[in-house]
Write a protein that binds this ligand. Structure first.
Ligand SMILES: Cc1cc2nc3c(=O)[nH]c(=O)nc-3n(C[C@H](O)[C@H](O)[C@H](O)COP(=O)(O)O)c2cc1C
Length: 268
């Protein structure tokens, strides 16, 4: 049996939870541990081979209340071959809306059998203040307990699908922020800017999940930008930033409006 940690994680919060759950579950089951990180474009050329006896802890971040739409086509191509899956989503303290239900449905369509699911909170990709430092120690303790609970469920033999909240297919539309007058804030075409302190090290090029930043000129973002925060948070000089008015308005709403701490939710 192989215990897989499978994830997309632009700023590392999904990776942290998924690998922790997989590690504890793998230890309890005495299973071989494997990791598949599909954050970068080079990894998304294929999938590992999953077998019926395997378990995959499968994580993605929540984007606009849903599974990131840029991943949908790729996610359609994985073959579960009857392996058990544990869908996990990370969200930035607003809400996970229908993302976990959507991920569960994708995995079922791909041939996995969901055994449990969870929604955890991670520092918001747009911000260094919203859900700052999460997942934190308390979240990691919950991740460990989640793995223990999955182990107990598996030991009992019968694996029933978990009850996961959310509006069933076709789900709610992608969450659209609105300004003070109620007009939609559309940030899809927004791209990061580069400050003069940029030293041209190219870390932003290496971490961009869309492969959109030019190595020849790191100030140039020629491809799609999903606002994942990878380049902004990884830059050692803090040279990457967004200055779009709509983006900043939404960021302000998030940081001011979502101060109450949300807690992880586990579904068994
Ligand atoms: C484009 C985009 C949309 C997002 N939408 C939501 C959302 O609807 N609800 C929420 O709580 N967090 C949202 N977030 C925050 C991420 O879900 C959160 O930061 C997550 O921890 C990122 O995971 P990662 O560190 O693995 O990349 C969004 C982030 C991005 C980049």
């Amino acid at each position: 049996m192989k215990l897989w940690a499978v994830y997309f994680s632009a700023t590392g919060t999904t990776k942290k939870i998924v690998t922790a759950v997989a590690r504890v579950l793998g230890e309890r089951l005495g299973a071989e541990k494997y990791e598949f990180d599909f954050t970068l474009p080079a990894a998304r050329r294929g999938w590992p081979e999953f077998k019926r006896e395997d378990i995959a802890v499968f994580g993605i971040p929540v984007y606009a209340g849903r599974v990131p739409n840029v991943l949908l086509r790729y996610l359609d191509t994985v073959a579960g071959n009857g392996a058990l899956a544990v869908p996990v989503v990370l969200y930035g303290n607003r809400n996970f809306d229908d993302a976990l239900a959507e991920l569960r449905d994708i995995l079922v369509k791909d041939g996995f059998m969901p055994a449990a699911g969870a929604a955890f909170i991670g520092e918001h990709a747009f911000s260094r203040r919203l859900a700052k430092g999460r997942p934190d120690e308390k979240d990691m303790e919950r991740a460990k307990r989640f793995a223990e609970k999955i182990f107990t469920k598996l030991e009992m033999g019968t694996v029933s699908g978990p009850e996961i909240p959310g509006i069933p297919f076709p789900y709610r539309g992608y969450y659209m922020p609105r300004d003070g007058e109620g007009n939609p804030i559309d940030i899809r075409r927004v791209k990061p800017r580069t400050a003069d302190c940029c030293g041209g090290c190219g870390i932003c090029v290496d971490v961009c999940p869309m492969g959109s930043i030019s190595r020849e000129n790191v100030r140039e973002c020629g491809g799609i930008c999903i606002k994942c925060g990878a380049c902004v948070k990884a830059c050692p000089k803090h040279a990457k930033y967004f200055d779009d008015e709509g983006y900043l308005c939404h960021l302000h709403q998030l940081e001011e409006g979502l101060k109450d701490r949300r807690e992880p939710e586990l579904f068994l």
